[in-house]
Ligand binder design. Sequence first.
Ligand code: C5P
Length: 227
Amino acid sequence: MGKITIAIDGFSSTGKSTIAKQLSKALNYIYVDTGAMYRAVALYALNYDLVDDVKLKTDDLVNALSKVNIKFVPNNQTGKSDMFLNGKNVEQEIRTMRVSRQVSKIATIKEVREKLVAIQQKMGTEKGIVMDGRDIGTVVFPDAELKIFMTASPEARANRRYKELLDRGDKVTFDEVLKNVQERDYIDSNRKESPLKKADGAIEIDNSDMGLKEQLERIHNYALRLI
Ligand code: C5P
């Protein structure tokens, strides 16, 4: 049985990571959430006051990039991996609205993308990997055997994200979450460096009205046909 590379791209909160995680489990593949990596760099920038709602100190962040050490560490309790930033577990912190508000700005920076893409490509040299993000099928693994592009209406996506944040105890409003989803869509799709777009050969799945089980079955079947 040959191992393949699976690239799952799409808009914010389309459920990419849930699908990618379950798919990797079913195939016994490695799972990599590249959004977590951009979020960790954004958290670093926030911690060092290099970004906020009005400013972005691009040069200072680029100069500091060699000091940004990010790592996925398996968590035996959850069976998943946690993101560590310079030795500290930041898995919870990178998912907050504070980070969501800044991350897409940070992800427009060429040098940030180059650093993270290089790490991602290294993780995928052996194949047997499911990676989700915005540029996996276009830039990171343009030769991936299976490419999926996930979409859903902004309202459906904001609703999912809103519920997740409420469950975690974040005090947010639905409108705030919807605005953030729309802003990230805009920045991600219109940036100069690796904009979010459907990769050549990608299969598009609109899951506005599709359950998790159906999506997983479909993608799993696509994968099995290629393995
Ligand atoms: O996937 P997630 O929503 O956690 O990603 C957070 C942000 O990181 C995205 O809105 C996008 O700006 C950026 N990102 C990216 N390229 C990736 C993964 C994430 O630009 N491969």
